[in-house]
Unconditional design. Structure first.
Lengths: 329, 496
């Protein structure tokens, strides 16, 4: 049983009208009221705990200083600083929670809504002065409005004209052209025998190595013969080579993972899966369109080149990507 | 000396008048009111550690060759942003700690905002007169998420670069203006030339300023309205019951700030976060496996994954796939969130001022709706790990994806029904969650036993007291004499 000798009898928690001490609402309260007693059952213990905690924080902050001076590793720095802050916080919270008046206290709260009279006075003042100062100067008000409106429109110019170029045609083309050499990231032109069956590398046109939009995956799916992925693409895959835009048609990530056994390309961002043999058509995940295919040929010296650029915009969709081949109408 | 200085200032600014009001402000003593404070304190930690980081971070995409102490990167061509982030992590004293604290504080910031918002939602604290403050809070959540994204995009590492690429795709998916927006934001076709300096200035100046301004409004309204409170202990609609700002809450809340900072520092010390030197420099043609954004972007990533492969084709135009999960879904979500106080008032017809909070079970429809909505986003959050889960559970990706697609639709309904039922059941047990009075078994002198309920609640040797008006405290002659300084209240000896 807790010791109850010094505390008044318990009260109903929901008794709104009866106050234990201090009389009725609004009357003065003496500091002798039990609400001013400290909250702790054993104030000495709470004080001791807070003192220990402050001392610990004192030591930790000192340790942090020493650690910083000696260029200690991250964990020593952080633990000394963290323990210092945390102990300081524990001490302060202990102080506030256990060694201060336990309450409860209250303060009155006015209703937020104003009275009709308050509102009428405010609106009246505002409107009557406005009448004198503004309504009689209608032309001035209109001119001010016109000048402000022009400023508002003009202020948009730097936003729309300086931040960046207009898209124009750049959404529809990459740097791949007729005759572009397939070039690896280290700048070497890719020759016919560079990749074995099942191999994959990322290639660029020779004038845009590393380009974010012209990045293309080159896959060798078989040793010989043209790979045909669809009608009209009979000559696009010479000697077992296929090339597709590496920019995912879903959200633009590089489609970087090739599963050799199933001939599938996987985008690691949202797991769209493309079937290489049928022209990188999406077979799984959120990608809505195939990866555009780059038509290839082998030149007289045995290097791989592009027959033309991509025949549709690469990458994710956008508002102006209309029509069957994606060109603007 | 201090008296004189205070007198001088007081004569010119009338501090005593407003100051008395301020130190008497009452804070309700309930733990759930501290969650919002965590958000505030982690924002302060963000500002302090962030200033440190700006001293060393170079917001530039230009090429440099790495010559620092981290051997695996030596000799590589990397961007200044990446270079300076690696250098401030390894070569600036305390740099890694500040960076990790900053990143942890950002996660805690958004997390505590979300939990704070759940508290406000489920207890009905958003009702009149606090609707506008709810909207400010929602805006702060959106800005916190945006600024978190901008922040972790700055180091130009492989994972954040992939995130920026997705952000460009999402921007250009917006009908009519998307492509233009993307070009203006990035300074041209992806990857553009300007993204790191622009993200930087948005991250360290523009958004923090907006957040600070809204925060001032949020707290200003809080002072104006005063705290909402749970019923009980004499709490009514026209008062606030709790402890005063001075000295109790100054100590409690001040201490809580140091605790939050301390925990952040310990996390920054002991739990590695975003080790960008392991990811490597971002190149547009490189990608890593199992790429995930920070947790607060998880629901977006999950939504992108579970969205079926649909696009809307219009004559000459299209609405791309990513528009639906990444623009439309958050757009609808945050609009509904903003307008929720008005929607509920409309549906219930309750437009009165409320300062007393609800117990969630007493509002079963709101509670069930809230939990169901949260469950939907939690499923989307889980869906951002489809590939990791498939790997870990040895299931096919196909199975996991379809499981999440179905769960995203089914789970909210189940959760709604279960929560509604639970609320109704809890309403039938009015004493649930309350401390029970215990019984005393007494033996009388002649050996008879009687059972009487004890007056005290177990572990509660102090009785419930009625609140006293903090402004009506009268100094007793004793106390005033003992202290010899009028205006300071003295705790009588027997309570010390």
């Amino acid at each position: 049983m807790p010791d109850t000798t010094d505390t008044p009898a318990p009260e109903e928690p929901h008794a709104g009208s009866g106050h234990a001490t201090g009389g009725a609402r609004g009357e003065p309260v003496s500091l002798d009221a039990p609400q001013f007693a400290v909250a702790a059952r054993h104030p000495r213990r709470a004080e001791g705990a807070a003192a220990v905690s402050f001392f610990l924080s004192f030591l930790s902050f000192a340790a942090f200083g020493a650690a910083y001076w000696q260029a200690a590793p991250n964990d020593v720095l952080g633990i000394s600083l963290g323990v210092g802050f945390a102990a300081f916080g524990v001490a302060l919270v202990t102080w506030g929670k256990y060694l201060m008046p336990r309450g409860p206290f209250e303060e009155p709260r006015p209703q937020m809504a104003t009275t009709p009279q308050e509102r009428a006075e405010f609106v009246g003042d505002f409107a009557s002065r406005g009448k004198v100062a503004i309504e009689r100067r209608g032309a001035l008000a209109k001119l001010m409005g016109a000048a402000g409106a022009v400023l508002g429109i003009v202020a948009l110019f730097p936003l729309v004209r300086s931040l960046g170029p207009k898209p124009n045609g750049s959404m529809y083309h990459t740097k791949w052209r007729k005759g572009s050499r397939l070039t690896s990231i280290d700048g070497r032109a890719v020759a016919l025998d560079d990749i074995e069956v099942g191999g994959i590398i990322t290639v660029f046109p020779e004038n845009d190595v590393g380009g974010a939009l012209s990045q293309t995956v080159l896959i060798r799916v078989q040793q010989t013969g043209d790979v045909v992925t669809g009608p009209g693409k009979e000559t696009w895959g010479p000697h077992g080579y296929l090339a597709f835009s590496k920019v995912c048609t879903h959200a633009g990530c590089p489609v970087g993972l090739y599963q050799e056994l199933t001939h599938q390309l996987l985008c690691p961002c949202h797991q769209s899966l493309f079937d290489v043999d049928t022209g990188a058509t999406p077979v799984f995940g959120p990608a809505p369109r195939p990866l555009p295919q780059l038509p290839l040929y082998v030149d007289s010296k045995g290097y791989l080149r592009a027959q033309a650029g991509f025949d549709e915009p690469i990458g994710p969709g956008f508002w102006y990507r209309g029509g069957s081949n994606g060109s603007p109408q | 000396m201090i008296d004189k200085l205070f007198g001088w200032v007081d004569d010119r600014l009338a501090l005593s008048r407003s100051g008395r009001h301020l130190i008497n402000k009452i804070f309700p003593d309930h733990w759930s009111f501290m969650i919002g404070e965590i958000a505030l304190y982690s924002f302060i930690v963000l500002l302090l550690t962030g200033v440190f980081l700006t001293l060393y971070f170079v917001p530039s995409g230009s090429d440099v060759v790495y010559h620092g102490v981290y051997a695996p990167l030596r000799g590589q061509r990397i961007s200044e942003a990446y270079n300076s982030t690696v250098n401030l992590s390894f070569q600036v004293r305390g740099g890694l700690l500040m960076r990790q604290m900053h990143h942890w504080a950002a996660n805690i910031f958004v997390g505590s905002i979300v939990v704070h918002m759940l508290r406000v939602f489920f207890t009905g604290a958003f009702r009149r007169p606090r609707e506008a403050n709810w909207m400010i809070g929602t805006t702060l959540l959106i800005l916190a998420i945006f600024n978190g994204f901008l922040g972790y995009s700055l180091p130009d590492d492989l994972i954040s670069g992939t995130g920026i690429r997705i952000a460009f795709s999402i921007t250009e998916s917006i009908p009519f203006v998307g492509t233009y927006l993307g070009f203006f934001l990035f300074g041209g076709q992806y990857p553009g030339t300007a993204i790191i300096p622009r993200f930087f200035i948005l991250h360290v100046l523009v958004l923090p300023l907006v957040i600070l301004g809204l925060l001032a409004g949020h707290l200003g309204m809080l002072v104006k309205h005063k705290h909402a409170q749970f019923p009980g202990r004499g709490a009514r609609n026209d008062n606030v019951v709790g402890s005063p700002l001075w000295p109790t809450y100054a100590a409690k809340a001040g201490g809580f700030f140091f605790l939050t900072t301390g925990v952040t520092a310990l996390l920054g010390a002991a739990v590695q976060i975003n080790p960008i030197w392991q990811y490597g420099q971002y190149y547009p043609y490189k990608v890593s496996y199992a790429v995930q954004p920070d947790w607060y972007m998880g629901f977006l990533d999950g939504a992108l994954r579970v969205m079926p492969a649909w696009e809307l084709h219009l004559p000459g135009h299209m609405i791309p796939n990513v528009f639906f999960p990444a623009i439309l879904l958050p757009g609808i979500t945050f609009t509904l969130l903003m307008l929720y106080p008005f929607i509920e008032a409309k549906l219930t017809g309750d437009v009165a001022e409320h300062h007393l909070l609800d117990r969630p079970r007493d509002r079963p429809v709101r509670t069930a709706f809230g939990v169901a909505t949260f469950a939907f986003y939690f499923v989307l959050f889980g869906a951002s790990a489809t590939d990791v889960l498939a790997n870990y559970l040895s299931l096919t990706l196909n199975f996991v994806l379809w499981a999440f697609r179905i769960m995203a639709i089914v789970v909210p309904f189940i959760v709604f029904a279960v929560t509604y039922k639970l609320c109704k059941e809890l309403q039938q047990t009015p004493s649930a969650g309350k401390r029970q009075q215990f019984n005393l078994i007494l033996r009388s002198a002649d050996g008879g036993y009687t059972t009487v309920p004890a007056e005290q609640y177990p572990g509660y040797d102090q009785p419930e007291l009625a609140p006293v008006d903090v402004e009506k405290v009268e100094l007793t002659a004793d106390a005033a004499q003992q202290d010899g300084d009028e205006g300071v209240y003295e705790i009588p000896r027997r309570y010390r």
